[in-house]
Design a protein. Structure first.
Length: 393
């Protein structure tokens, strides 16, 4: 019973890290100096949009067209598609839509992180202020470039654009993910920006300053290259800001079968990054204790649905067996879930049809069981496993 108390206590402590970080941020808010208004650049910054693509003939054309249609000076941005081991019409359609293409053929080292590392020496980064990575299943808002330009100097920091859902009405799963995106970008990450904490990078919509790339290079090769970059940049003290005004819309997996590859990759990749980089993160002299706490909380979190499933399982076990300090354990688990509930309600409040979106959460119990199973299956992928593309309709 004592061992059970220790195990559940450790789980509750880890699950509470994001809540503790948020509470500290809220307490700090009244004592922080108001951030000076950002002055837009006198000359629009030069933006390089890079689109990694592997057999994306279904969506690459709409992606490139949305980028070429930006309401932004055409001589201040460029679009390059990285066609990685493509065997379909990706290259033909991308060029037809107006993008430049780099074709890579290396079946021994496939995947997005390797493709980006291969392409970087071939790109004229010194001619640009920021490189923006856009997934091929994505369209960007016409004002995306202007929003990034208005964020101030870009070369020495990173931004994460508002990663929204392109197909919110496809299924209950995509409706729930739309609520999650609103909760994260409009509230959770907005709080981090207010207090100067780094926002997570999400792979799609990462805006990387070219001075940062020149200094850091590309060192992210796990199957969760976005979380690896987030950890490496945070360790180095490089600012990562969430930019809610720069919006993009990605095709979300609309079924559990499609979602399986993606969720397993995210879980295994994040755990791999945590194992490799938590020590240098905690020891970093470039960041303060608040940033370390928040980053560890982000890297240990495995998503709200898995979080909820772990709390219910641990809570039920604690309530049935009544180990020492059972009441305290149950309170800790419940408090960690309260944060998720608050953000979910805030995310629902922004939906065009809140009640309809709320009804989608009737699917949550089934999805939770599936996500817990996928998380267990993902443990076999921890380490240097090959990158696998997520299927899309």
């Amino acid at each position: 019973m004592v061992i059970l108390t220790i195990l559940v206590g450790l789980l509750a402590a880890v699950l509470l890290l994001p809540t503790v970080s948020d509470l500290i941020s809220v307490i700090r808010l009244p004592f922080l100096r108001r951030r000076p208004a950002v002055k837009p650049n006198a000359v629009p910054p030069r933006l390089l949009f890079v689109v990694p693509a592997h057999d994306e003939e279904r969506m690459i054309e709409s992606c490139v067209q949305s980028l070429k249609a930006l309401q932004y000076p055409s001589d201040r941005f460029d679009v390059v598609v990285l066609a990685d081991n493509c065997s379909d019409r990706t290259v033909e359609l991308a060029r037809g839509a107006g993008a430049r293409c780099l074709e890579r053929h290396d079946k021994k080292l496939p995947g997005k992180p390797r493709a980006i590392a291969w392409a970087l020496p071939q790109l004229p980064l010194d001619e640009f202020d920021s490189m923006i990575i856009i997934d091929a299943d994505t369209v960007v808002d016409p004002s995306f470039g202007t929003a990034l330009a208005n964020a101030g100097p870009l070369r020495h920091k990173a931004f994460q654009a508002y990663f929204d859902v392109r197909n919110p009405g496809d299924s209950l799963l995509t409706q729930m993910n739309t609520v999650l995106a609103a909760a994260n970008y409009r509230f959770a990450y907005a709080l981090k920006r207010r207090v100067g904490l780094n926002a997570p990078l999400m792979g799609n919509g990462m805006c990387l300053g070219t001075a940062v790339l020149a200094a850091q290079g590309w060192r992210a090769f796990t199957i969760a290259e976005d979380w690896e970059l987030y950890a490496l940049y945070t360790i180095a003290g490089i600012p990562i800001e969430s930019l809610v005004t720069a919006r993009l819309y990605a095709q979300e997996a609309n079924s559990l079968a499609q979602s399986s590859t993606q969720r397993k990759r995210w879980t295994a990749g994040k755990l791999t990054v945590l194992g490799r980089l938590i020590t240098p993160l905690v020891r970093s002299r470039e960041i303060d204790a608040a940033q370390k706490l928040d980053a560890v909380g982000e890297l240990t979190a495995q998503g709200p649905v898995v979080h909820l499933g772990l709390v219910l399982a641990a809570g039920l076990l604690t309530a049935l067996l009544q180990p020492p300090a059972a009441g305290l354990l149950l309170v800790g688990l419940a408090v960690s879930v309260a944060r998720l509930g608050i953000y979910a309600v805030l995310g629902l409040s922004l939906q065009p049809h809140p009640l309809r979106s709320a009804a989608a959460f009737a699917f949550l119990p089934f999805y939770m069981l599936w996500r817990l199973g996928a998380a267990v299956a993902a443990l076999r992928q921890i380490g240097d496993k090959p990158w696998v593309r997520t299927a899309r309709d």
